[in-house]
Design a protein around this ligand. Structure first.
Ligand code: FE2
Ligand code: FE2
Length: 225
């Protein structure tokens, strides 16, 4: 069992329904842990089994830029799912979202590990990415649970496609980042499949196009900062 701030909160108070204030405080705690804390992975880092091949300076910088983008993606995933869960109507949908957020914690920790190994750091704008994604998660959640799950499917499919792109453009020698991204890609595909099975509706345009444009902006900035 993995723990986000939100699930810990639920376990601590099993008998009383959470008030909006309880939820807001739990969400704020998750935000702090995601942005300023050191999230801990439950699963072993898939990169650990690979050789740490010495990269030249240009390769190292490129790999760090891509892994910073992936780290931001996982910050956004935490924020989205926690935001969506806090306004989900059906407890099953809420549980589904919190479970997805817990799995993303592994991804977040692995990307942070790899950034350190590459002598780099997470994005300076993580508080901004978190706040924006949390707001989008709230808006999606307020439209109802079918929309909520549809949003998960669209997010995960877009992330899966972008991880595929990163696997093509990472330096060939960066075996450790590659191993991390391969596991993440398989996880994201599973997240999308299970949200689909749970009753996601297909999001109409222009929502998928807007999500794609927002992630393009994030990627451009996070590659450097
Ligand atoms: Fe993820
Ligand atoms: Fe995911």
């Amino acid at each position: 069992m993995r723990h986000t701030a939100a699930t810990r909160h639920n376990e601590a108070m099993p008998t009383r329904p959470l008030s909006p204030l309880d939820r807001l405080l739990a969400d704020a705690q998750n935000a702090l842990e995601t942005i300023a804390g050191q999230p801990r992975a439950e699963r072993r880092n898939p990169g650990d089994g690979e050789a740490d091949v010495q990269l030249d300076e240009a390769e190292r910088r490129h790999a760090a830029g891509l892994m910073r983008i992936n780290h931001v993606g996982e910050v956004c995933a935490q924020a989205l799912y926690v935001g969506q869960a806090s306004v989900a109507r059906d407890p099953a949908t809420r549980a589904h979202l919190l479970e997805a957020a817990q799995e993303e914690t592994d991804h977040l920790a692995w990307c942070a590990d790899r950034l350190r190994e590459l002598d780099s750091r997470p994005s300076l704008f993580n508080p901004v990415w978190y706040a924006g994604s949390y707001a989008i998660g709230l808006l999606a959640g307020l439209r109802g649970d079918g929309w909520n799950l549809g949003f998960v499917v669209e997010t995960e499919r877009q992330v899966e496609a972008h991880l595929e792109e990163h696997l093509r453009t990472l330096p060939g020698a960066d075996l450790r980042s590659r191993a991390i991204l391969r596991t993440m890609k398989a996880d994201e595909a599973r997240h999308a499949d299970s949200a689909e099975a749970a009753g996601a509706r297909i999001l109409p345009q222009p929502i998928p196009a807007m999500m794609s444009a927002a992630s393009k902006l994030m990627k451009t900035v996070a590659y450097r900062l």
